[in-house]
Design a protein around this ligand. Structure first.
Ligand SMILES: Nc1nc2c(ncn2[C@@H]2O[C@H](COP(=O)(O)OP(=O)(O)OP(=O)(O)O)[C@@H](O)[C@H]2O)c(=O)[nH]1
Ligand SMILES: [Mg+2]
Length: 427
């Protein structure tokens, strides 16, 4: 079976915690801090695999977690980084946030590999927190939390040409003749059950990809037949080939058949209707010269501004002309296939709501700010960078930590200690 949507849960690795330890050596009574850093957590990475044509790998597995970073150790040992988890998808896979429907990534063309969830940063060990006033820091930074997300994977195939038509028109027969693909061909409707891609390489200046779309029927856009399920696979093609059976009975004769298919395309999306197209009238080998002429004339009269090719997918008649014309048309159409711009932004788990305390330590004459809310903030803030420090100042203000310090009577020049970091307070 061909799977073109799947819902999965992804989670990056948590950063390892920094370690608290002190050097112990003979004859050295008070060894300095030597707790190592935690390793970084693994990323969740999506990668295009050209060998894949469906999302079948995601049928039974729905949960994907990258490895956590290891905690730091003593003697300045840093924890091992967690391994990234690489998820392979076919080209054309769109990743959406399940909750908001926003685009996380579109794995197409230029975007062959993308980190979708970064692993948590490893926490710094206490060896980083020794300062002139704080020789024996008992604090190490916790590792940054893992990031997790429920996402919907949706495949919208990327092909240059979409082959559309009623069932049994001979689409798969044509594909098998001009490309490397080997679709099933049979004399009954709905032989092809999912889109099949083939690469056309012979007799063209630049190879292109044709998608054989399962037969459409009246009402397809409303879900009849294999219907709407496959119309989305036409969205990202650049050129359509309307294929019709020249020997089909009246109600499915070429002009009617093409008009019906175009009604379905329009009902799905006006954009499909705007795509350039050519017409291939197939099975001409089954007609005599007069019948051939009269059918082609009818189609040409009706679609007077379109290019109409008479072909036989079985005998090969007319196919070189059709293929070389498609090749030229493709070179004239700009490569502006629909790609989806990411608009999803991962929101860090908020530290709001977690407790914290602000106290005054008389013995050491410092103000202490502690608690899970502060630890969480330190986990994702790099205080030694300017940006990190700005964020930290904003955090102190917004979380009313500054106003609580003021209530305790803090004055300019007093020391505030936050897990081993000492700051001079200035209003
Ligand atoms: N005489 C003749 N028969 C053809 C020609 N092309 C295809 N056929 C026959 O038409 C039948 C349907 O061909 P397919 O290629 O399976 O048709 P399809 O459009 O892919 O059909 P679905 O997959 O059901 O949408 C098969 O029996 C083919 O052998 C042709 O040029 N001439
Ligand atoms: Mg077919």
């Amino acid at each position: 079976m061909f799977l073109d949507t799947s819902k999965i849960f992804i989670k990056s690795g948590k950063g390892g915690d920094g370690h608290v330890s002190f050097r112990r050596e003979k004859f050295v009574p008070d060894g300095g801090p030597d707790g190592g850093d935690g390793g970084r957590g693994g990323d969740i990475v999506f990668e295009i695999d050209k060998g894949l044509s469906a999302l079948n790998d995601y049928r039974y597995s729905h949960k994907f977690c990258a490895q956590n970073g290891a905690d730091g150790g003593n003697k300045r040992c840093n924890g091992k980084d967690g391994e990234d988890l690489i998820l392979k998808v076919p080209e054309g896979t769109i990743i959406r946030d399940e909750k908001t429907g926003k685009i996380v990534a579109d794995m197409s063309r230029g975007n062959q590999r993308q980190v979708v969830l970064t692993g948590g940063r490893g926490g710094k060990g206490n060896m980083h927190y020794a300062t002139s006033t704080m020789q024996a820091p008992k604090y190490a930074q916790p590792g940054q939390a893992a990031r997790e997300l429920n996402v919907i994977l949706e495949l919208k195939v990327l092909a240059d040409v979409g082959l559309v038509g009623f069932p049994n028109a001979g689409k798969s027969t044509l594909l098998s003749r001009v490309s490397n693909a080997q679709p099933k061909i049979a004399n009954y409707p709905f032989t092809t059950l999912n889109p099949i891609l083939g690469v056309v390489e012979k007799n063209v200046s630049k190879p292109f990809i044709i998608a054989d779309i399962p037969g459409l029927i009246e009402g397809a856009s409303g879900g009849i037949g294999l219907g709407i399920k496959f119309l989305k696979h036409i969205e990202r093609t650049r050129l359509l080939v309307h294929m019709v059976d020249a020997v089909a009975p009246d109600e499915t004769e070429p002009v009617t058949a093409i008009e019906k298919i175009r009604t379905e395309l329009a009902a799905y999306s006006e954009d499909l209707l705007k795509k350039p197209f050519v017409i291939a009238v197939n099975k001409l080998d089954a007609l005599d010269e007069d019948e051939k002429e009269s059918i082609l004339k009818k189609v040409r009269d009706h679609f007077s501004d379109k290019e109409v090719f008479g072909i036989s997918a079985v005998s090969g008649y007319g196919i070189p002309e059709l293929i070389s014309r498609i090749s030229v048309l493709l070179s004239e159409i700009k490569e502006d296939i629909v790609t989806y711009e990411p608009d999803f932004v991962y929101e860090e788990d908020s530290s709001a709501g977690l407790p914290f305390t602000v106290t005054f330590d008389q013995e050491e004459n410092v103000y202490l700010v502690e608690g899970p809310r502060i630890e969480r903030m330190l986990g994702y803030t790099n205080l030694s960078s300017e940006k990190g420090f700005d964020f930290f100042q904003k955090f102190m203000k917004e979380n009313e930590i500054l106003s609580q310090l003021e209530e305790l009577g803090i004055k300019d020049g007093d020391t505030v200690r936050i897990y081993g970091w000492d700051f001079d307070y200035y209003k």
